[in-house]
Design a protein around this ligand. Structure first.
Ligand code: HEC
Ligand code: HEC
Length: 291
C-alpha cells in the first residue's frame, strides 16, 4: 500500500515538474520575443543648444527626474539591482569615457533612447523609464541632453544586464516595467515648450515623473519594484487631501510627512523631490489636490 502511494506521488510530482518546466519554457519564449522585438520609429530632430543656461536647466532636470539614481551622480552608470532571481539591471554609463556612449552616439540616438525607450538597433532598452520622459517638451529634453553631453568622460565598464527567471515571469505578467518601448506612445508630438507657472496644468506635466511608481491615476497600489512596500495614494483622496501646501512642500523636502512618517529614500525618492523648486512643488500640489 505504502509503496503504491509513494509510486503514485512520485508520478504526480514528476508530472507537476514537467508542467512547470513547460510553463517556464513558454514564458521564456514569449519574453525573449518581446525583448528582441525591433521597433521602427521616426525620431523627430530638435535643436540641442550648448549654452550655459541650457546646461544648468538640464542639471536641474537631471536632479528632479532622478536620473542619478540609476546612472550615478557622475553619469558613469551603475548596477542598481543584482538579484539571482530577478536579474542584473545596469544603468548605462552616459559619459563619453570607456564603457560609455560611443563616439557615433548622435542627438538622434539620445532622442530615440529618451523619447522612445529604444536603442540604436531598434530594440527596447531594459528598465530605462523613458515613458516618464517621452512627453517632456522640446526645451526640457534639449536641456537634459545638453547637460549629459557636457559632462566629463568617466571610464567605467559595467557588467552586462541579465534577466533572471523571476524577472521573466514578472515581465510576462506585466508586473515589472522591463520594456519601456512597449509603454511609450511613439506617435506623440511633444510641445515646443509648456507654460511653466504655478498652475495645476504645469503640475500635471511635472507629475509624469511620479506615474512610474504611483501609477498614471496617482492612486498608488502594488509597488512596480518587486519586493518593495506598496506605493501611497497621492491624490486628494489620500493624505495629501488633508495637507496644506506648506506641509506638502515640507514632506517632499525632508521626507517626513505631517502624520510623522519618515519616508525611506530608497522607496520614495524624497532626495529627488527635495531638488524641485518651491514653485514646481506648489504646481504639483495644485494638480494632486485637483484629482
Ligand atoms: C530606473 C532607473 C533609470 C532611471 C531613473 C533613468 N535611467 Fe536611463 N537607463 C537605465 C538603464 C537600465 C539603461 C540601460 C538600458 C539598456 O542597456 O537596455 C538606461 C539607458 C539610458 C540611455 C541609453 C544609453 C545607451 O548607451 O544606449 C540614456 C540616453 C539614458 N538612459 C538617459 C537617462 C536620463 C537622461 C535619465 C533621467 C531623465 C535616465 N536615463 C533615468 C535606467 C534608468
Ligand atoms: C521610485 C518610486 C517612486 C517615485 C518615482 C515617486 N514616489 Fe512617492 N512614494 C513612493 C512610495 C513607495 C511611497 C510610500 C512610502 C511609504 O509608505 O513609506 C511614496 C509616498 C509618497 C508620499 C507620502 C504619501 C503619504 O500618504 O504619506 C508623497 C507625498 C509622495 N510619495 C509624492 C510623490 C511625488 C509628488 C512624486 C513625483 C514627483 C513621487 N512621489 C514619486 C514611491 C515613489
Amino acid at each position: 500500500m505504502i509503496r503504491k502511494i509513494l509510486r503514485w506521488s512520485g508520478i504526480v510530482l514528476g508530472i507537476i515538474a514537467v508542467l512547470l518546466l513547460i510553463a517556464y519554457g513558454v514564458i521564456y519564449g514569449i519574453t525573449a520575443q518581446r525583448i528582441n522585438k525591433t521597433y521602427e520609429v521616426a525620431v523627430r530632430s530638435i535643436d540641442i543648444p550648448a549654452d550655459s543656461a541650457t546646461i544648468s536647466h538640464g542639471a536641474h532636470l537631471f536632479a528632479i527626474k532622478g536620473c542619478g539614481d540609476c546612472h550615478g551622480a557622475n553619469l558613469a552608470g551603475k548596477v542598481f539591482l543584482d538579484d539571482p532571481m530577478i536579474g542584473r539591471l545596469v544603468g548605462a554609463n552616459l559619459t563619453s569615457g570607456e564603457g560609455g556612449v560611443p563616439d557615433w552616439f548622435s542627438d538622434k540616438d539620445w532622442l530615440r533612447a529618451m523619447r522612445h525607450g529604444i536603442d540604436h538597433e531598434g530594440k527596447s532598452l531594459l528598465l530605462m523609464p523613458s515613458y516618464e520622459y517621452a512627453r517632456l517638451d522640446d526645451k526640457d529634453m534639449a536641456a537634459l541632453i545638453a547637460f549629459c553631453k557636457a559632462q566629463p568622460p568617466v571610464n567605467s565598464a559595467l557588467p552586462p544586464a541579465h534577466i533572471g527567471p523571476m524577472g521573466r515571469i514578472l515581465t510576462a505578467f506585466d508586473q515589472m516595467p522591463l520594456l519601456p518601448a512597449e509603454k511609450v506612445d511613439h506617435g506623440y508630438q511633444q510641445p515646443a515648450q509648456v507654460v511653466k507657472e504655478v498652475t495645476a496644468e504645469y503640475g500635471k506635466y511635472l507629475a509624469m515623473s511620479c506615474t512610474g511608481c504611483h501609477y498614471p491615476d496617482l492612486k498608488g497600489g502594488k509597488s512596480p519594484i518587486p519586493g518593495q512596500p506598496p506605493v501611497a495614494n497621492i491624490t486628494a483622496s489620500g493624505h495629501i487631501g488633508k495637507w496644506s501646501v506648506e506641509e506638502f512642500v515640507n514632506t517632499l523636502r525632508t521626507g517626513t510627512t505631517p502624520e510623522g512618517k519618515q519616508l525611506k529614500n530608497e522607496e520614495m525618492p524624497w532626495k529627488m523631490t527635495a531638488a524641485y523648486t518651491t514653485d514646481e512643488l506648489k504646481a504639483l500640489y495644485l494638480y494632486l489636490k485637483s484629482i
